[in-house]
Design a binder for this molecule. Structure first.
Ligand code: SAH
Length: 254
């Protein structure tokens, strides 16, 4: 390892769902100590420019290039923060950095690399809704960019039939609008039409909107890529403006 590499580091940090009050202190400290910020354009825009800080914003499709770039800069002595929204380990950059580490030169293993958690959209959305994830749940990414759609259908059906509440990231994009309609059909079959589904858009931002309906009334247009979708289990219920899932499942013995 070179002397330069000993002073460099990479922090993979989560910026939370949007509200600046939800950025953790350790993430703020890392950003304040950084020489370089790497990330997808809208996330890098959240970082205030300052002297001595270089912002490297890139398109969403180049995660691995971005990760390798971050490691190269750290090896050259730079202090790099790779930013994700929410939590960096949830459908985000932390895995990409470790993939790049695995594919890179062996001495990258000696670099100072840390992952700093953030509040993921699922938890921020659940808190606004009430407590829809109060019992067992599954988190599923509905984008088929990095896995086949058939696998998503299998997992949706299995999770629904097993009685998990579910949280869906990337529910519906313009390039694949029919898939979310198909997902709703599978959920109605697996969970029953009376199960509650919540759509939480722009959570913790001034434009936040939350809507809850029964699955039989849900339409694909209720979701887009700025929405977190949360489906309850058969015990999930509404109380006033809140939706919650009881702590105990039907059939529990204690
Ligand atoms: N690492 C991120 C998730 C990246 S995937 C995290 O932990 O939150 C991007 C998806 O997250 C979006 O398509 C949307 O489904 C969800 N998402 C992110 N921020 C959101 C917000 N403020 N409100 C609602 N959904 C959000």
């Amino acid at each position: 390892m070179t002397d330069q590499a000993k002073t460099g580091w990479v922090v993979i940090a989560g910026l939370g769902p949007g509200d600046e009050a939800l950025v953790t202190q350790e993430v703020r400290d890392a950003i304040n100590g950084a020489t370089d910020i790497v990330g997808y354009i809208p996330y890098v825009k959240r970082i205030a420019p300052r002297e001595g800080l270089t912002l490297h914003a890139s398109d969403n499709r180049v995660e691995l290039d971005r990760a390798s770039h971050a490691l190269e800069m750290a090896a050259a002595g730079r202090r790099v923060v790779v930013v994700s929204s929410g939590d960096p380990g949830v459908f985000a950059m932390a895995s990409a950095v470790f993939e790049a580490l695995e594919a890179g030169p062996k001495d990258y293993l000696d670099l100072d690399i840390r992952v700093l958690p953030g509040i993921t959209a699922m938890l921020a959305a659940a808190a606004q809704i009430g407590a829809p994830l109060g019992h067992d749940f599954a988190a599923i990414n509905l984008s088929d960019n990095l896995k086949p759609w058939s696998l998503i259908e299998t997992r949706l059906r299995a999770a629904g039939e097993a009685g998990f509440a579910m949280a869906f990231y990337n529910p519906r994009s313009k390039s694949r609008p029919h898939q979310f309609a198909r997902a709703l059909d599978i959920l109605r079959e697996a969970c029953g039409g009376d199960t509650l589904i919540s759509f939480a858009r722009d959570v913790t931002k001034p434009t936040q909107e939350i809507t809850t309906v029964a699955l039989k009334e849900a339409t694909p247009e209720m979701a887009d890529m700025r929405t977190m979708v949360i489906v309850g289990n058969r015990d999930t219920r509404a109380i006033g403006r809140f939706v919650y899932t009881p702590r105990s499942a039907a059939g529990a013995t204690s």
